[in-house]
Design a protein around this ligand. Structure first.
Ligand code: KG4
Ligand code: ZN
Length: 361
C-alpha cells in the first residue's frame, strides 16, 4: 500500500505559504516522549515527558521505555496542541522520528503519527533523529529570532548514542565526516558516572559536580584515532582501572575526590571532542561551528567552544538548553524542511532503528 500520491496533491495546496504551515512533531526514539507544534519556523509548543522509570536501573530499559511512551503519547500530544493554542484541524502535516533509536520506542511514535495522518488526511513526514538535532538551530521562538548558522557549517553532534562531526551544506545535504568508532561522548559521561556511583543519566550530574572541581588534577589517556573519528571506550576503561588502583590504597578515594574526578573526566572528554573539531574546521576552512545533542548542554563544553570560537574567529552556535536533549521541536523543524520539498512518507512506513538518512559519502 502506498499513499504518497494522495498526499502529494495536498502538498501543492499547503506549500504556498510556508510561514503559516502548522507542523506537529513527534519524538519517541529513546526515553523522552515529546510533541511540539511549529507554525512556519516559529515554535508554538514543545512538551517533553521524561521517563523516570529508568533511574533505578542506571540506564534505559527498552521494554519499559516502550510501555511508558504508550502511556505518555496521547496526553503529551494533547498538551502540545492545547499549549500551542491551535485546533487539531489546523495541523498541516505530522513529522515523526523514524530512527535511529530503540525499535519499541520508535514504534509508538510512528504508529501514532500514522493514525493521526490517516484520520486527518494530512501528510506524514519522516525525520532522521540526528538531522533533527542539527536542524534545531533553525527554530525561532514567538518572542525572539534565534541565531541561525550559515551554510556550510560544521556541527559537533554529541549525544548518548552518537558523536559525530557533520558537514552541513544545506538542510538536505549533510555529510558525516567523523564519527565514534565505539562509545558516544554521552555514553562515556554516563558509564563513568555509574562507576562513581552517580545516578543516571550521569552527564548532567558530572557537569554540576565538575564546577567545584579541578580539571587538571587527574590525567586520563586520550585516544589516537584516524581522521576526524572519535573513540571513547578506552577512556572509560582507563577511568575504571585508575579508580580500581586508587581505591585499593584508599577505599574512600571516590568520595574524597568526586568533584576533581568529574572535572578531570569532563575536561578530557572536551579536549578529545575539540581536537578533532578544530582539525576539521581548519582543513575545511569552515568558520560556522554549531553544537547539538544532549552533551551540548554541558556547561564546560559550551564555555570551551565559545573560547575556541574567539581564538579561531569562528561563529559559534550553541542550542538553547531546551533543544539540546531529545525534543519534538527539532523533529518538527526538520519536518518543515522536508515538507517544503514535498518529501512525504507513505502509510506503510516502518521505524528504522539504525537510520541511514545521513548517508556518509
Ligand atoms: O540527545 P540526547 O537527549 O539523547 C540521545 O539522542 O542520545 O542525549 C542524552 C545524553 C546522555 O548521555 C546525557 O548524559 C547527556 O546527553 N547529557 C549531558 C548533559 N546533559 C545531558 N552530558 C554532559 N553534560 C550535560 N549537562
Ligand atoms: Zn538525541
Amino acid at each position: 500500500m502506498s499513499c504518497g500520491a494522495e498526499f502529494s496533491s495536498r502538498k501543492a495546496r499547503s506549500i504556498n505559504n510556508m510561514d503559516e504551515t502548522v507542523i506537529l512533531g513527534i519524538e519517541s526514539s529513546c526515553d523522552d516522549t515529546s510533541a511540539a507544534v511549529l507554525r512556519g519556523r516559529t515554535l508554538l509548543s514543545n512538551v517533553i515527558a521524561s521517563q523516570k522509570v529508568h533511574i533505578e536501573y542506571g540506564g534505559v530499559i527498552p521494554e519499559l521505555a516502550s510501555r511508558a511512551h504508550q502511556q505518555n503519547i496521547i496526553p503529551v500530544v494533547d498538551t502540545a496542541i492545547k499549549d500551542a493554542g491551535i485546533r487539531v484541524g489546523e495541523i498541516d502535516a505530522i513529522a515523526f522520528t523514524r530512527g535511529p533509536g530503540l525499535l519499541g520506542s520508535l514504534l509508538v511514535g510512528v504508529s501514532f503519527a500514522k493514525g493521526l495522518s490517516l484520520s486527518r488526511d494530512i501528510p506524514l513526514v519522516e525525520v532522521n533523529h540526528l538531522e533533527g538535532h542539527i536542524l534545531s538551530h533553525f527554530i525561532d521562538l514567538p518572542d525572539r529570532r534565534l541565531p541561525h548558522p550559515a551554510y556550510p557549517f560544521l556541527c559537533l553532534l554529541v549525544s548518548g548514542g552518537h558523536t559525530q562531526i557533520v558537514e552541513v551544506r544545506s538542510y538536505h545535504d549533510m555529510e558525516i565526516i567523523g564519527t565514534t568508532i565505539d562509545d558516544a561522548a554521552g555514553e562515556a559521561f554516563d558509564k563513568c558516572a555509574k562507576v562513581m556511583g552517580l545516578p543516571y543519566p550521569g552527564g548532567p550530574v558530572i557537569d554540576r559536580l565538575a564546577k567545584e572541581g579541578d580539571g587538571e588534577k587527574f590525567k586520563f589517556a586520550k585516544p589516537s584515532v584516524k581522521g576526524y573519528d572519535y573513540s571513547f571506550s578506552g577512556l572509560k576503561t582507563s577511568f575504571l582501572y585508575f579508580l580500581r588502583d586508587r581505591m585499593a590504597e584508599e577505599p574512600d578515594f571516590i568520595e574524597k575526590n568526586r568533584s576533581d574526578l568529574c572535572a578531570s573526566l569532563q575536561k578530557t572528554i572536551i579536549d578529545i571532542l575539540l581536537a578533532k573539531l578544530l582539525r576539521a574546521a581548519k582543513d575545511k576552512g569552515i568558520t560556522e561551528i554549531a553544537a547539538a545533542g544532549g552533551v551540548s548542554a554541558n556547561s564546560g563544553l559550551r564555555i570551551r567552544l565559545e573560547e575556541e570560537g574567539r581564538r579561531q574567529k569562528w561563529n559559534v552556535y550553541l542550542p538553547e538548553l531546551k533543544f539540546t536533549t531529545d525534543n519534538a521541536a527539532m523533529i518538527a523543524m526538520a519536518g518543515y524542511f522536508r515538507y517544503m520539498q514535498g518529501e512525504f512518507s507513505s502509510l506503510d512506513i516502518t521505524p528504522a532503528a539504525r537510520a541511514e538518512g545521513l548517508a556518509r559519502r
